[in-house]
Write a protein that binds this ligand. Structure first.
Ligand SMILES: O=C(O)CCC(=O)C(=O)O
Length: 298
């Protein structure tokens, strides 16, 4: 029995404009609450349409992904950027781009992005990674979470919808390989995954210039509404120094309590990550013949 998502509950994601750094940190980053931040004009964005990228850099070689639903089933195929763009804009769902290397292959674009630096208002951790996503209409990214990464996903052109679920839904989503779920939020198979019916999804549709904040460990399934190009920035708040750095630019009377709260939050998410790892090993350890974990037989 397949049930359309319209039969399952979801709420619209909060949408805000003019969110300054302090508000972002206090009301979203620390409590781990997703938000769409409506964008201002970003000049570079106009030059990043698939057509213009093809004209400017079409002969560069890049690895495209095949379009399977589950990310770990996808293969990488080396192709010319112009061929990937032609394939995607033709409406075929054969390929998509999910590229960590994109900005190394086209450093000109890295300069444009870093000159604009929209992400620095929110993430000033020294360790940032940018990914590029190009998807055909209806192209999906299966349900997953990004481990401990904080994520800002910027819609460059086209439109995409995120279906998000709070980290506490871990067991409702029947995860495998720790961070992936077979649940399709738009057509959940409730016979196989009955607990998916308990999930309260948060729906967020991004338009050009919008930025989605996906907090650490939040699950997300993403579907392109039309040909869609995004850049996402991952930040790893991996050490006290980085947490402190993430509050740079705020008055000291804000920084000290915020850094303290961030530390406690970080502890909590590390505890949660440990617990999730433990559950994962308990579930799959025997099949994978993992050694005894924490003194118990898996
Ligand atoms: O845009 C997408 O298709 C997926 C984005 C995503 O998974 C992410 O930003 O982590």
């Amino acid at each position: 029995m397949k049930t359309e998502l319209s039969a399952l509950p979801f709420v619209e994601c909060e949408r805000r404009s003019n969110v300054g750094r302090t508000t972002f940190i206090e009301e979203h980053f620390l409590p781990g609450r997703p938000v769409i931040i409506e964008g201002d004009a970003h000049g570079w964005r106009e030059r990043w349409t698939p057509e213009l990228l093809k004209q400017r850099f079409g002969d560069r070689m890049i690895e495209a992904n095949t379009g399977e639903f589950i990310a770990v089933h996808r293969k990488y195929v080396p192709m010319k950027l112009s061929d990937v763009i032609d394939n995607i804009t033709s409406g075929s769902r054969e390929y998509r781009l999910r590229s960590l290397e994109f900005l190394d292959i086209i450093p000109e674009l890295r300069h444009e992005l870093e000159r604009d630096g929209y992400f620095r208002e929110y993430f000033s951790a020294p360790f940032l990674m940018h990914n590029l996503w190009l998807a055909p209409p209806g192209g999906t990214s299966g349900f997953h979470h990004d481990f401990g990464f904080e994520n800002l996903n910027f819609q460059v052109c086209g439109s995409k919808t995120f279906y998000l679920a709070h980290p506490s839904n871990y067991s409702n989503l029947d995860p495998f390989e720790f961070s992936a779920s077979p649940v399709h939020p738009l057509a959940p198979d409730l016979e196989r995954h009955p607990r998916a019916a308990n999930v309260q999804f948060v729906k967020a549709t991004l338009r050009p210039g919008d930025m989605m904040y996906v907090p650490r460990f939040w699950w997300h399934f993403v579907v392109a509404e039309e040909v869609s190009l995004n850049i996402n920035t991952f930040a790893v708040q991996a050490s006290t120094a980085r947490i402190w750095a993430s509050t740079t630019g705020l008055p000291i009377r804000h920084r000290i309590p915020l850094a303290f709260t961030a530390l406690t939050q970080r502890r909590r998410s590390l505890d949660r990550a440990r617990m999730e790892t433990f559950n994962w090993v308990a579930k799959y350890g025997r099949q994978l013949r993992l050694p005894n974990f924490m003194g118990k037989r898996a």
